[in-house]
Design a protein around this ligand. Structure first.
Ligand code: PMP
Ligand code: GLN
Length: 419
């Protein structure tokens, strides 16, 4: 549309256009509302990631908000993408993904988790985990009688897509400082209306890694209520103590589980948007039925590069986890020294800190102020919570540790100085 006055920092249009937008009918409004982006006066906000990255750009603050690395990933993966472009991998790949990447995903699931997948029927390549999640949820849920159960706080796209599908989100709270669910609350939230139990492990934004008893209970409940389990495992290689355990490996789970992951976090290629979903052929076919009309296909030169990445030796995968564990420790120590109370994440890019000891009462206001006060950007946990539950996260803030050591040290020094 011409004359929209697009704000290039946030991707949102200027206020005058927002007012006109409100009159536009369509599912966009309930999608934005589902993600908590519609204000009391009807104005539409950008996502918290867009808002905070724009604030970092405007103020020159260190961006520990949006989770993306500030260094390139393995040279072998980057070189493979360049070579694929030079070799002409520049047209549509096959709808499910190139055979070599389908095979590499199947090999990866077997190598790390002992899961046996038929690459031709049980794996689908998507435009990041975001598209995998959207296509999966849109494929499996249909209208107001269907419910999706998730732990809360949760990644923003879950609520947006559930709202787009016109279904209902039911949440089970994770509480500071360990963020493990209460299994009785989980049991009372899953019912015969539950179509999908969606589990993100390792968990964004809390950094929790769930215990075996949580996985077992999810599988028992899914069996009892005939629900599909959808997992979001984008941080699968960023677990700090021991190995990641996919829910699909729990006895009885594999026939009703769709496992989603993505290359972005493992190979520091968040902009490439190569993801995948794997599981029983009939469920993967249902996801494909929707996915083929979202993007159809994507990233032809990146697909062979990620296949090469998935075949890197074990040392690469253990190396990224131990490097990030050291960064977690550095960030945690810096936050403690600056006066925050800090929870210790077991995986993911993120550390949650409580700003209450610094006098904060509202994490969103605290984060909007922090760039000017301390030169650091972080994300309020309330952005990942439904309005009814926000009070439980009122003073909690998420910091990303996936940055260079010197950057984390600088951020820690700035926070300490701002005290
Ligand atoms: N799920 C979670 C939990 C995430 O943190 C992210 C952000 N990387 C995504 C999904 C989206 O992944 P992708 O960038 O591969 O679409
Ligand atoms: N997954 C990243 C985060 O949680 C980025 C998400 C985004 O920008 N949509 O920070």
């Amino acid at each position: 549309m011409t004359g929209m006055g697009l704000d290039y920092a946030t991707g949102l249009s200027a206020p005058c256009t927002v007012i006109r937008m409100r009159a536009i009918p369509g599912a966009w409004h309930r999608t934005a509302a589902g993600a908590g982006l519609v204000g009391p006066d009807g104005t539409i906000s950008p996502t918290i990631f867009a808002e905070m990255s724009a604030l970092a750009a405007d103020t020159g603050a260190i961006n520990l908000g949006q989770g993306f690395p500030d260094e390139d990933g393995p040279a072998a993966v980057l070189d493979a993408a360049r070579a694929a472009i030079a070799a002409g991998a520049n047209q549509y790949p096959p709808g499910r993904g190139i055979p070599d990447l389908l095979l590499a995903v199947a090999e990866h699931q077997h190598r790390f988790y002992g899961l046996a997948l038929d690459p031709g029927r049980e794996v689908l390549i998507t435009a990041g985990a975001t598209e995998a999640l959207a296509a999966t949820l849109l494929a499996l849920i249909d209208g107001p009688d269907d419910e999706v159960v998730v732990f809360e706080p949760h990644y923003d796209s879950y609520a947006a897509v559930v709202a787009l599908a016109g279904a209902r989100l039911r949440t089970v709270p994770l509480r500071w400082p360990d963020f493990q669910p209460d299994l009785d609350e989980l049991r009372s939230t899953v019912t015969d209306r539950t179509r999908v139990i969606l589990v993100n492990d390792p968990h964004n934004p809390t950094g929790a890694v769930f215990g075996q008893e949580v996985r077992d209970e999810v599988v028992r409940l899914a069996e009892r209520h005939d629900a599909v389990i959808v997992t979001d495992e984008v941080y699968e290689h960023l677990v700090f103590d021991g190995a990641h355990v996919p829910i699909a490996t729990v006895p009885g789970a594999s026939e009703r589980t769709l496992t989603i992951s993505s290359a972005g976090k493992t190979f520091s290629t968040t902009g490439w948007k190569i993801g995948w979903v794997s599981g029983p052929a009939a469920l993967v076919d249902a996801v494909l039925a929707v996915k083929q009309f979202l993007t159809y296909v994507n990233g032809s030169p990146f697909q062979p590069a990620i296949a090469a990445g998935l075949r890197l030796p074990d040392e690469f995968f253990t190396g990224i986890a131990s490097t990030l564990r050291d960064k977690r420790d550095l960030l945690g120590a810096g936050l403690r020294a600056a006066g925050f109370a800090v929870s210790t994440p077991r995986g993911s890019y993120f550390t949650v800190a409580d700003a209450a000891p610094l006098g904060a009462t509202d994490a969103a206001a605290f984060c909007r102020e922090l760039p000017r006060r301390a030169g650091v950007v972080a994300i309020p946990l309330t952005a990942f919570a439904t309005p009814e539950r926000r009070a439980g996260y009122a003073t909690l803030v998420r910091f990303a540790a996936c940055k260079r050591v010197a950057v984390l040290e600088d951020a820690a020094a700035r926070l300490a100085a701002a005290g």
